[in-house]
Ligand binder design. Sequence first.
Ligand code: DLZ
Length: 161
Amino acid sequence: MATKNLSEYDLASVPSAEGMKFGIVVAEWNYQITGALAQGAMETLQKHGANDNDIIVKHVPGTFELPLGGQFMAEYTHVDAIILLGCVIQGDTRHFDFICDGVTQGTMDLNLKYNKPFIFGVLTTDNEQQSLDRAGGRLGNKGDEAAVTAIKMLALKSELK
Ligand code: DLZ
């Protein structure tokens, strides 16, 4: 199966992000990659009408800290959706599995605890090249996909409320 380009989507399917408030939490580990994810997410939110003043960006040390960083955003700011951006690259030890398990379950828990979208913008790859490919490289940018997902989930919430 061909891998999807993360930056390709149907523009018409994305509602306006005007008036929506976003938090972006970025892991500092593998920052060459996570910084590119953050740039992609910012640009995509802006492209769909989000106001610069409605986007808060904060950093945490590593991907393992993303859920707590997201919880701080939910508790102490007025954002409507939070995008969590990280990159975990497989190493020689089982650390990869522990970080991936923690951030995955932690993110799901936050979605349900706060009734807000917490978007899982985390690359989990076997090597650095696979991550670069998905951080603005040949397979697009996971930050773009995360931003579009945040907008769509907020629009769905508004529609149903
Ligand atoms: C310790 C660690 C390792 C080995 N690998 C990564 C990684 O590939 N990506 C990442 O975002 N963070 C990594 N970390 C750091 C952990 O996420 C975390 O910051 C530390 O274990 C401290 O809790």
